[in-house]
Every structure is written in structure tokens, then in C-alpha cells.
Design a protein around this ligand. Sequence first.
Ligand code: FES
Length: 106
Amino acid sequence: MRTDVVLCKTAEVPEGAVRHFEIMGYDIAVANVGGAFYGLDAACTYQWANLADGSVDKERMVLICPSCKGAWDLMTGQPVDAPAKFPLTVYEITTAGDDLVLTFTY
Ligand code: FES
């Protein structure tokens, strides 16, 4: 089963930004890299920093934790730089007109 949730307008997550959303009890970080949107769990799996306060390295396509700089692949959620050790859940993010849409899959 799939459920689509409109997060916001695409312009509200500008190029290079990472924004936090709390949807249905989930904390999700959405990043815009070159006009493509990526959604990951916002809670760092190392010491629970808010990854939406982190940054994106668009050369490496990773999301970097604001606390101790662990990093995860934006597309797979897999850890790539220590101390990140465990993967993040990845969410499907699409656009519909100028809406940004997250799809939950059950
Ligand atoms: S709290 Fe995220 S890497 Fe340290």
C-alpha cells in the first residue's frame, strides 16, 4: 500500500537546502541537490542529531551529520563516513506540479 503526502511547495526546499518534516510521527530530512529531491530519516543513527540541520556534499552525494560529521549516501541511506554505522531509511520523493510529495510504502 502506498500513501502520498504533500510536504510543501518545491520552492520551499531550494537547491542545496536540507529541510525537516514531521509526518505521521516520522522525522524526515529532505534535501535538494541540483533540483532532485532526496528523503531520509532525520535522526542520526549514531547519536540522534537532527540530520535536517546537516549539510549535503553534492560531489559525493552524501548527507552529513551536523554533530560529528558521519555521512550517508543520499540515494541508498547507507553509511559512508564514520561514525555513521547503520543505514537510514530512504523515502520516495517526487514532484506533482509545484508540490513536493513523499510516498510512504507499507
Ligand atoms: S550525532 Fe550524527 S554522526 Fe555524531
